[in-house]
Design a protein around this ligand. Structure first.
Ligand code: HEM
Length: 526
């Protein structure tokens, strides 16, 4: 969360200043805080600066040391960390009306996001308005309208993997981007080399880097923000960054807007926002909704698929068990389809286990309180940051036996002879977050994962490079993928190639255009 690497010089200056002040201030609330790592008044928890650990690893280690309800401090502000299903259930879920806000963005971050990105909005009417748009689009029932896209794109994935067996890494990004862009604006990508997903990733990287708390000197010395614009060049810089990031999204916005005005828009999320559903939005909101949807839908699903391929390579017995199930339910003469979903229990368990074993967002997104509350004798002030420690819980041996092992059996129904119910003391996972802020795209995401995973395993064995097996470590952030690794998709038998080629073009959804039209429009952008 705190971008220490980026903010290093700023931290030292801020550290000296706040240390001077520290002698005169003692946080009133400190008396009521739960256990936690050592912190200095005003400076906060020193280990945040000292140790070069990834944030979710550090939070897991602290959870082992301080228990399932601890705090640390950023400056003077306590951050509360919940590291057991009980603590999460007690607060983030049962007390949703109190624990569903977001930490306040810095002024710099607000300049970049224009307070229009749902993931960062506080629990207020603007959030409710945007959340309803997502709910209407992505709710359990409505999300079914995307099945034809997911079905078609998963067959394109098989074709691309057949032609380029080593390209799974890029292919899963193409797949996820096509599903997301399809629902957002009826646009798709045929090739794994498509340039738009890469441009999207670059922009989101720039955005997240610059809205992270602690990124700017002024985040650490807020009094500087009182200076007029002429003496505050960082404000201009934030606006320049926004102008670097947002025109890319405006391209999609303007094209669909023109189509709406001509009465020629495709039936899609963006058109419905520009027609009646988004009537109450501020003008700057739709481009940010486009950016959020593209980013939230693409990177997370692609990353989860990369984790899945890693598991398939590292656990060939699990892959074979899944293939045995597919072969017995589906046979070898056709691809798995939606009707098979309720019979493919091992595949369902495998998807849940992928979310647990390697969460794409290992601490979800921090929540914040909208009023003061009390928990286990501690006062949690209004506006406090509260983190659900997903990674710690998913890796806690008290909750999941042998947490390092990829074991779909832990999620099978108890009556299934393959089940290992004692291996899980929780019947789900927290990779989609919690309570009222839980990911609204989860039904779409799980459907996307089901259809492409079941079909990939029907068609291919995933084989690693014995010289370079997938290692530990992560890529990316705030969405964490595995460290890059090699894998080859090897057709399982002689039926696979002819069937994939024969089926690739079937049931092409109507009204979906190739991304070429947008590629021309964004070609000149860096
Ligand atoms: C495997 C795929 C996905 C994962 C792991 C994932 C994970 C998450 C997480 C952890 C959160 C924060 C929850 C919280 O604050 O408690 C979130 C929020 C969100 N997700 Fe997803 N997500 C995925 C797919 C999607 C898709 C496909 C969409 C839509 C196209 C989407 C749209 C959103 C939105 C709009 C929010 C913000 C919700 C809010 O702040 O109220 N996500 N997601």
């Amino acid at each position: 969360m705190v971008n220490i690497d980026e903010a290093h010089p700023a931290l030292w200056v801020a550290g000296v200043l706040v240390l001077c002040g520290a002698l005169f201030h003692v946080s009133q609330q400190a008396r009521n805080l739960p256990n936690g790592p050592f912190s200095l008044p005003l400076v906060g928890t020193l280990a945040l600066f000292r140790e070069r650990k990834m944030f979710h690893i550090r939070l897991r280690d602290w959870a082992y040391q301080y228990g399932d309800f601890f705090h640390f401090k950023i400056g003077r502000s306590p951050v509360f960390v919940l590291s057991s299903p009980k603590a999460i259930n007690d607060l983030l879920i049962k007390q949703g009306s109190v624990y569903s806000s977001r930490p306040r963005l810095s002024n710099q971050a607000s300049l970049i996001t224009q307070n229009s990105r749902i993931v960062a909005l506080p629990y207020d009417d603007q959030w409710r308005k945007q959340r309803k748009l997502y709910h209407d689009l992505l709710g359990m029932q409505n999300s079914k309208i995307f099945m034809p896209f997911q079905g078609f794109e998963s067959r394109q994935s098989l074709l691309n993997l057949l032609d380029h067996p080593g390209d799974f890494w890029k292919e899963v990004t193409r797949y996820s981007a096509s599903v997301t862009f399809g629902m957002l604006l009826r646009c798709r990508f045929e090739s794994s080399e498509a340039m738009i997903p890469r441009k999207l990733q670059a922009r989101m990287g720039l955005m997240f880097k610059n809205i992270s708390p602690g990124r700017w000197l002024v985040d650490w010395i807020p009094i500087l923000d009182r200076l007029p614009d002429a003496l505050a060049p960082w404000r201009r810089k934030a606006i320049q960054l926004r102008e670097q990031i947002m025109p890319f999204f405006a391209v999609f916005y303007h094209r669909i807007k023109e189509q709406v005005e001509r009465g020629e828009a495709p039936e899609c999320f963006l058109a419905s926002i520009l027609q009646e559903k988004g009537a109450n939005l501020r003008p700057e909101e739709p481009p940010h909704i486009i950016a959020t949807t593209m980013a939230a839908g693409t990177d997370t699903t692609a990353t989860t698929l990369q984790h899945f391929v890693k598991a398939a390579v590292l656990y060939p017995d699990v892959m074979r068990e899944a293939q045995r199930e597919i072969d017995s339910v589906v046979g070898r003469d056709r691809l798995p389809n939606w009707e098979d979903r309720s019979s493919l229990l091992y595949i369902a368990a495998m998807i849940t286990e992928t979310h647990r074993w390697a969460s794409a967002v290992p601490i979800a997104f921090p929540h914040a309180t909208s009023r003061q509350d009390k928990y286990r004798d501690s006062i949690i002030p209004s506006g406090a940051t509260v983190i659900g420690n997903v990674y710690a819980i998913h890796n806690d041996p008290k909750v999941f036996l042998k947490p390092d092992e990829f074991m779909p059996e832990r999620y099978l129904p108890k009556t299934d002879p393959r089940a290992a119910p004692d291996a899980a003391h929780m019947d789900s996972h927290y990779s989609y977050g919690f309570g009222r802020r839980e990911c609204p795209g989860r039904h779409v995401a799980d459907a996307s994962l089901f259809i492409v995973i079941s079909r990939m395993l029907w068609a291919f064995d995933f084989v690693g490079n014995p010289e370079k097996p997938p290692g530990p470590g992560h890529s990316g952030g705030p969405v964490y993928g595995p460290a890059r690794f090699e894998a080859t998709a090897r057709p399982r038998d002689g039926n696979v190639a002819p069937l994939i080629r024969a089926e690739a073009e079937a049931n092409r959804p109507e009204g979906v255009e190739d991304s070429a039209v947008y590629e021309k429009l964004v070609a000149g952008m860096p």
